[in-house]
Design a protein around this ligand. Sequence first.
Ligand code: GTR
Length: 416
Amino acid sequence: MKDSKSIIKLIMKLWVVVSLICLPIKAQEANYDESKVGTYTLPDALTTLNGQEVINKKQWEKVRRPEILKLFQDNEYGIIPNAKIKTSYRVLEEGEDALDGKAIRRQVEITFNGNGLTRKMLVLLYIPKGVKKCPVFVSPNFQGNATTTTDPAVIESQFSVFERAHQTSRWSYDRIISSGYAVATFHYYDVYFDQDDKINDTIYPLFGINSNSDLQDNTGKSIAAWAWGCSRVLDYLLTLKYIDKKRAIVLGHSRLGKAALWCGAQDQRFAMVISNDSGCSGAALSRRNYGETVAKINHDFPWWFCNKYQSYSQDVSSLPMDQHELLALIAPRLVYVASAQDDQWADPRGEFLSLQEASKVYALYGLETLQGSSFPSVNEPLWKGNCGYHMRTGIHDVTDYDWQSYIEFANKHLIP
Ligand code: GTR
């Protein structure tokens, strides 16, 4: 039994290593020449489907926002069926002296029951000590809760195949806690294995979806599931007296950045949404032929988006929406898009242009926009109104620089 578990762990590790080796190979095939990006016309976030111009926030909220939300549901991320499931919470462990005595640690198992089945999610939560009500980051992790910290009391996530403390560099817990923020994380595999043909092991069977053949054109897959997971963590957090309901932040990196954006677009309980290097089908404009494209992402990751998205692979101009409208769905809440200079695969300029275009919607709320701003220099964050952007030096990653910028931006807006 133990042997078979180690073999499974080895196969999964090999799979991760092979995907990482393949990334630069794929990246070489992409266009990185700005002169070959092509010309494109973006759908106007402020024109309704029947051609009416949106000139105030009432029209935006009543007509255009729901239209755009539905376009993303039906054509890209898909929906999660609306079936009732039962949720319960169990505190597995609590420590009063975590992170050098600065934080309380709480580990909570969330159990979902539906369709005669059970799924479990393990949440690791750190709360700054002595703070009455604090803002909170909700951010899924790639390798398992115990890989995010050297804290020996952290329980290993059920599907983690990595050693403890393997990815601590991405988690600036000390900075987060010292700044007065709580942070909650969970292993994304708890919700959906990041592999094809794994639907049966995900949350979808709770809703009666057991295999690819049960999928409608607009049924969500992994990105929708990871987004769903972030909202379920927030459900729990909002039951705690020391978490401030009005100051929850969802943050994701890369594919989880796409999920964080989709989560924040739908779940308006999040006051701030952060995309860290989310790239194609995240913050970056799909119509720009630069770095990863819709065709490539659909080919390489058919389990991320709904089936309908495949139909746009050969002609992105036929997409009825583009990614700036995903960012616009976050308005008037805080949105932060971060890129990395050596992560051209994610198209930093396309991420910035997308945010700039989205910021037009913020003007309906009397907020400053990014119109007229030029693409900022590296390591020079550009913050206007409720929109933040930076491109830092370095590779596709989450670094302390990123956390520091998010916290400073959040402090400016969320801390009285
Ligand atoms: C890449 C993928 C990107 C990005 C990245 C990641 O292979 O092409 O869209 O999401 O993975 O999640 O690290």
